[in-house]
Design a protein around this ligand. Structure first.
Ligand code: PLP
Length: 411
């Protein structure tokens, strides 16, 4: 059965729970699931944009793209208005068409699967590994058919998938690899930042992400033709010079050369992104510190398991997914969520596997039991607050609340 995390006065948005009303926050929630980190540089850059007279895609987007490409070591970075748009355009550029199949982990957010259907293709789900929560070559391979066109590895929580075997498998079968890197800033795989490994990579700058612009996303790629395709399709399929038509060097003339989409990022959002990106290391250091403090504080408990870090990469710590040892507990994950809420700590659950959602049953016939690892992980998973604005006192409060609640739920 599905059990979306619904928590009193908090709003649930699929992959996050955000405290909405200040009253609710004052009355009950002492540690919200997320608080953004917006500094004075971000504010000043947004104000500068507002005063510049240029609100939509312009010079700040260009700067953000250049800075982002440099940060992840990619040849091209194309800014768009959401991570979902980035995934859609990346799959489109990779050549996914109606009737194709695309391998998608069941353990992910709605966006990863839905974009496949935008193109008339079919998301074919694959199970995750119990340790990293990611798909790997062994969970992908059984689902490959003559129709498979692409694989979408998701770096869940900010921990890299084991990309070499996935790339080998894809190359051997002539498949495209589009990475869902919504959680993966700044994730590395074998000392390389995520962003230039697969054919195309999609990032998200949604409000709760490591780099936040409210809504926003980026596609990175090494290939010139993919970059040109993404750029064209992100603005109605217009010919290249349409981007410049309102600038001094622009002309009024343009041609519609494809049926595209309206996915361009605004300069207002890019103004935030430019400064958020510069703070990546600062943000990451704090997230890593919090993760270490949590893991040390839970190490002696036999009622839960801290998230494991792989040796081959750097974890971005976008999420801290604690796994419950249900066999040692008399209650469920939902009891922990409720116990934490009563102690003023907001949590979330990542993820309700895609195949358990109604539309995947009606459209594709998926049933509970299809992906046992993802289902087990889902039943045991709770995401604790982790973000740079979380003070040491907040971290201590979360630890105390988790330890107390688990003790109360112990068999
Ligand atoms: C794994 C994953 N992929 C894709 C997305 C979509 O990103 P956006 O919300 O920017 O469209 C999300 C968003 O939260 C996500 O968690």
């Amino acid at each position: 059965m599905l059990s979306a995390a619904r928590e009193g006065n908090t709003a649930v948005r699929g992959d996050t729970v955000l405290v909405q009303s200040p009253e609710a926050q004052a009355a009950r929630i002492r540690v919200p699931f997320h608080r953004p980190s917006i500094g004075e540089d971000e504010v000043a850059e947004v104000v500068d944009t507002l005063r510049s007279g240029w609100l939509t895609t312009g010079p700040k987007v260009r700067r953000f793209e250049q800075d982002f490409a440099a940060a992840v070591g990619a040849r091209h970075a194309l800014a768009v208005n959401s991570g979902t748009a980035a995934l859609h355009l990346a799959l489109e550029a990779a050549g996914v068409k109606a009737g194709d199949e695309v391998i998608v982990p069941t353990y992910t957010f709605a966006a990863t699967g839905e974009v496949v259907t935008y193109l008339g293709a079919r998301p074919v789900l694959a199970d995750c590994r119990p340790d990293t929560l990611n798909i790997d070559a062994t969970t992908i391979e059984p689902h490959l058919t003559a129709r498979t066109k692409a694989i979408v590895p998701v770096h869940v929580a900010g921990q890299a998938c084991d990309m070499d075997p996935i790339m080998d498998l894809a190359r051997a079968r002539g498949l495209a690899v589009v990475e869902d890197a919504a959680h993966a800033i700044p994730t590395t795989y074998k000392d390389r930042p995520i962003g230039a490994i697969g054919d195309l990579t999609a990032f998200s700058f949604y409000a709760t992400k490591a780099i936040a612009t409210g809504e926003g996303g980026m596609v990175t790629t090494e290939r010139d033709e993919h970059a040109a395709r993404v750029k064209r399709m992100s603005l109605h399929g217009l010919s290249e010079d349409a981007w410049n038509r309102y600038t001094e060097r622009g002309r009024w003339y343009y041609e519609i050369v494809d049926f595209g989409f309206k996915y361009n990022l605004t300069d207002v959002a890019a103004a935030l992104g430019i400064h958020q990106l510069r703070r990546t290391a600062e943000f990451h250091q704090r997230r890593r510190q919090i993760a270490r403090t949590y893991s040390e504080a839970f190490a002696d408990l036999d009622t839960c398991v801290a998230p494991r870090e792989v040796a081959y990469g750097t974890h971005a710590w976008h999420l801290y997914v604690l796994e419950l040892r249900l066999e040692a507990l008399s209650g469920s994950r939902d009891d922990l969520v409720e116990g934490l809420r009563q102690r003023g700590v907001a949590t979330s659950v990542h993820f309700i596997p895609l195949h358990l959602h109604p539309v995947y049953a009606t459209a594709f016939g998926y049933r509970p039991g299809a992906f046992p690892t993802a289902e087990t992980v889902f039943r045991r998973a709770v995401s604790l607050p982790i973000y740079p604005q979380l003070a040491d006192d907040d971290v201590a409060l979360v630890i105390e609340a988790v330890r107390d609640t688990l003790k109360a739920l112990r068999r």
